[in-house]
Design a protein around this ligand. Structure first.
Ligand code: NOJ
Ligand code: CA
Length: 694
C-alpha cells in the first residue's frame, strides 16, 4: 500500500484508478460531512450527508476536517471457489479525519474502484465517547434524478419477496401491493417507504447503480428509507425490540456502504467490489472446503403430497411425551431410512456429492407455530431414521449426508447446543449443514437482521470453521461478501427462492433480477433443477405451476452460480428426462472465469463460464416472460480451437405456462469466430456445454 498524508482543512477529492469515477468529500457550513460521486462525468450520487447519532454522542455536525490520508492498493487474490479463480482488488483510498466542537472524533474511509466505491465510518478510541447505543446512521445516497429502482420492501425479518420495478417517486405506492403478505415487523408504519438492499437503480442517462453493504459484522443490517420527493435514500438500521440500532464499543469500524456503478449492465454482474471490501480468508487451511452438488428429500415436502418434516402427527395430542418410539408414525415422513437410502443410491449413480435430509431430528411437531412447544434437538434422530446404518451406507457409496439444523428462530438455544450439534455431525461423517431460522426470533428481543442476529450468524460461521463444517444458511441476514473471509459459508438463501414455485410461483423476471441484486452479496441456495413444473401432475391438491420451462432450469445453474447447488426435483422426474438431466450431472459448480455476454435487469442474462477443473466452457441464458433471441458471440473461446457444443434449448413451441417440458438437444461445432442466435421461449432459457475437440 502506498501512503500519503496531506494536512488540509478543506474539501478532498479522489478518483478511481482509471479516473472515471470521481469522489468529492467536504463538510458543509453546519459542519456536516457529505460526499458526492460521478461516473464518466455523470452524477451518480449528489451531495449526501454522512454521520451517526448515538444516545451518548452525536457524530452529525459542527465537524472540521483535521487531515486526510490517501493510499492506493492493488492486489490479485484467489478465492477458494466462485465465479473467478482470480480477483483483482485495485482502489484508491481516502481517509478523512474529523473532529467536532464537542471534541468527538470520526474518520470516514473511502475506497474508490473502477467499478464503484465503498466507505465506512471508523471511530477511533477517544476521550468523549466509549460505549455507544446507536440511534441512527445518517448516511444518505441522494440520487440526482427520479431513477428506476428494483426493490423489495423494507422488513426487519424477511427478504423472501418478489422485486418491484418502480420510479423512486412511486415507491410508496409500489410497495403497497405487499400489504397482507408482509411479516409482522414490516407492517410498522415507519417502513412504508423503506426498501432493502442490495437494490439496483437505473438512471435516465443510462447508469446502473447498485447499493448495498460489505462486511456486516457486529452491527445491524442496513435498509434504506426513500424520500419520494427528493429522490433521497437514507440509511435505516434494523433496531432491536428496544429500538436500539446497535451497541458499539470504540474503537469500531462500521460495515462498508457500497455503490457499484457502470453504464453497462454486465459490469454490475461482474463486479467483485463487495468481496474486495471484505477481509481475506481467516481460514488458513481451506483444503476441507468443497463445493457441493446435492440432492435431497426436500422437494417431497413442497409438491403437495402432504409429506411432513415431522415423524408423527400425534405429538400435540400427547403433551409431555418425549419418547418418540411411543408415538404413531404418520407414514408421510420422507426422512426415513429406506427413502434416504434410495437418494444415496441415486446420488452415487449420478455423481452428486451430497444428500440433504430435512426432518431427521426430534422437534418438528410444532415447529412453525408461535407456541413452539418443543425445541429442536440436533443430536436426536427420529426412530425411523437409522443414522448409524445410513452413515455407513453413504460412506460405502462415496456420498455425504448433508445436515439440517432448523432452529425455528431459537438462536439462543442453537448456541447452547451448537458444540454438541457440530460434534455429532463430525462423529457421523457430515461436513456441511443447512441452517434455518423460520419464524419470530426467540427470545423476542431481536429481529432477523438486528445486531444480535448478525452476531449470531458470525458466531455460527466461526464455530463451523473450528469444526471444519460448511454452512448454507437460510433466513439469516442477507450476505455482504463475508464468504471471502469465511469461505466455509458456501451459500445463503436470503431471498425468495425456488421453493416459492410451489407457493404462488416466481415470475421469470425474478431470476433475471436476483443476479443484479441479492447475488451481489454472495451465492444463493436457489434450488434449481425442477423438471416437473406443473404441480397438478401429482394429482394431490396443488395447482401451482413453476413459471419456467425445463430448459430454463438448466440455465439457472449458470445464471445463479453457487458452490452449493441442488438438483431440487425428485429422482423419478430426472429419470423421465435422462438426456436433459445429463446437463445437471455435467455442469460444474466452481469456475475459472466468467464472461457476462448480455444483460438487462429483470429482462435477460447470458453468461459464459469456464470450468475451474477442465477446459470446458458453458453458456447459459434466460429471458423474462417475453420470448427473446440471445446473440451469442463465442469470441471468448481460445482462438483457433474447435469446440463441440451441446445445446439444451426450448423447443420452438415451448412456453413456461402451456408447454414447459418441450426442449431440444442439438450439437454443433463452434470456434471463437462463431456467432449464434438462440431463441428463448417465454419464461425459458438455454444451456450449452462446450467441450474442446482434440
Ligand atoms: C424454510 C427453508 O427455506 C426451506 O428450505 C426449509 O426446507 C424449511 N424452512 C424447513 O426448514
Ligand atoms: Ca426460507
Amino acid at each position: 500500500m502506498m501512503l500519503g498524508a496531506v494536512m488540509t482543512m478543506g474539501a478532498a477529492n479522489i478518483s478511481s484508478p482509471n479516473g472515471e469515477i470521481k469522489l468529492h468529500v467536504d463538510v458543509n457550513p453546519q459542519g456536516q460531512p457529505y460526499y458526492n460521486l460521478s461516473y464518466k462525468g455523470k452524477p451518480v450520487i449528489s451531495d449526501s450527508k454522512l454521520g451517526l447519532a448515538a444516545q451518548e454522542a452525536k457524530f452529525i455536525d459542527r465537524f472540521t476536517i483535521l487531515s486526510t490520508d490517501t493510499a492506493s492498493f492493488n492486489e490479485t487474490w484467489h478465492p477458494v471457489w466462485g465465479e473467478y479463480s482470480e480477483i483483482v482488488n485495485h482502489y484508491n483510498q481516502l481517509t478523512v479525519n474529523m473532529k467536532n466542537v464537542d471534541g468527538l472524533l470520526m474518520n470516514i474511509c473511502f475506497r474508490v474502484f473502477d467499478d464503484g466505491m465503498g466507505f465506512r465510518y471508523e471511530f477511533p478510541i477517544q476521550d468523549k465517547a466509549n460505549y455507544l447505543a446507536v440511534e441512527n446512521e445518517v448516511t444518505e445516497f441522494n440520487f440526482p434524478g427520479n431513477n428506476t429502482m428494483w426493490v423489495i420492501p423494507g422488513d426487519y425479518d424477511t427478504d423472501e419477496y418478489l422485486f418491484t420495478e418502480t420510479r423512486i417517486s412511486d415507491v410508496t405506492e409500489a410497495l403497497k401491493k405487499y400489504n397482507g403478505v408482509h411479516s409482522e415487523s414490516q407492517r410498522e408504519k415507519a417502513l412504508e417507504s423503506t426498501v432493502q438492499t442490495p437494490l439496483l437503480a437505473k438512471s435516465d442517462d443510462g447508469l446502473y447503480i447498485s447499493l448495498h453493504e460489505a462486511a456486516l459484522i457486529g452491527y445491524p443490517a442496513m435498509q434504506l428509507d426513500v424520500d419520494t420527493a427528493t429522490y433521497g435514500l437514507k440509511s435505516h438500521l434494523t433496531p432491536d425490540r428496544l429500538g436500539v440500532r446497535g451497541y458499539l464499543q470504540l474503537p469500531f469500524n462500521t460495515p462498508w456502504r457500497t455503490i457499484i456503478v457502470s453504464d453497462d449492465a454486465r459490469d454490475i454482474l461482474a463486479s467483485q467490489l463487495i468481496l474486495n471490501l471484505n477481509e481475506p480468508s481467516k481460514i488458513e487451511d481451506t483444503s476441507w472446503i468443497k463445493p457441493q452438488k446435492f440432492i435431497g428429500v426436500w422437494w417431497e415436502m413442497f409438491t403437495g403430497r402432504q409429506k411432513t418434516w415431522a415423524y408423527s402427527d400425534d405429538y400435540r395430542a400427547k403433551p409431555g411425551v418425549t419418547d418418540y418410539t411411543k408415538l404413531t408414525p404418520n407414514g408421510r415422513h420422507p426422512a426415513n431410512t429406506e427413502n434416504v437410502k434410495k437418494y444415496i443410491d441415486f446420488a452415487a449413480e449420478n455423481g452428486f456429492n451430497g444428500v440433504l435430509v430435512e426432518g431427521w431430528n426430534e422437534g418438528w411437531e410444532d415447529w412453525a407455530s408461535y407456541r413452539k412447544n418443543r425445541q429442536f434437538l440436533f443430536d436426536k434422530p427420529y426412530p425411523d431414521f437409522d443414522l448409524p446404518y445410513l452413515r455407513e451406507y453413504a460412506k460405502e457409496k462415496g456420498v455425504k449426508l448433508i445436515m439440517h439444523h432448523e432452529t425455528a428462530a431459537n438462536a439462543q438455544d442453537y448456541e447452547r447446543q451448537i458444540d454438541r450439534a457440530f460434534q455429532f455431525m463430525k462423529d457421523n461423517n457430515y461436513d456441511a449443514v443447512k441452517t434455518g431460522y423460520v419464524g419470530a426470533i426467540i427470545p423476542r428481543s431481536e429481529h432477523h437482521t438486528s445486531q444480535g442476529m448478525v452476531d449470531h450468524a458470525q458466531f455460527v460461521i466461526e464455530k463451523a470453521a473450528e469444526y471444519e463444517i460448511m454452512v448454507d444458511s437460510h433466513e439469516a441476514p442477507r450476505p455482504t461478501g463475508l464468504i471471502r473471509t469465511y469461505p466455509n459459508w458456501l451459500a445463503q438463501e436470503s431471498a425468495r427462492g425456488g421453493e416459492f414455485e410451489s407457493m404462488g410461483g416466481n415470475p421469470p423476471s425474478h431470476t433475471a433480477i436476483l443476479p443484479f441484486t441479492r447475488l451481489k452479496g454472495g451465492p444463493m441456495d436457489y434450488t434449481p433443477g425442477l423438471f416437473q413444473t406443473d404441480l397438478s401432475y401429482y394429482n394431490e391438491g396443488k395447482t401451482d405451476k413453476a413459471m419456467t420451462t425445463l430448459a430454463r432450469q438448466l440455465a439457472l445453474y449458470l445464471t445463479i452460480p453457487s458452490p452449493m447447488q441442488m438438483a431440487a426435483d425428485l429422482p423419478e422426474n430426472y429419470m423421465r428426462f435422462p438426456d436433459a438431466f445429463q446437463f445437471i450431472k455435467d455442469v460444474p459448480i466452481e469456475w475459472r472465469d466468467s464472461k457476462y455476454l448480455e444483460a438487462e435487469p429483470a429482462k435477460y442474462i447470458t453468461v459464459a463460464r469456464l470450468d475451474k477443473n477442465s477446459d470446458d466452457w458453458y453458456v447459459g441464458g434466460i429471458t423474462d416472460e417475453n420470448p427473446r433471441e440471445a446473440e451469442i458471440d463465442f469470441a471468448f473461446l481460445p482462438q483457433g480451437e474447435k469446440f463441440k457444443a451441446t445445446i439444451y434449448a426450448d423447443a420452438p413451441d415451448a412456453h413456461w405456462d402451456t408447454n414447459p417440458q418441450a426442449y431440444s438437444i442439438t450439437t454443433k461445432t463452434v470456434t471463437s469466430k462463431t456467432k449464434l442466435k438462440q431463441k428463448i421461449a417465454p419464461g425459458g432459457g438455454f444451456a450449452i456445454r462446450l467441450e474442446p475437440m482434440k
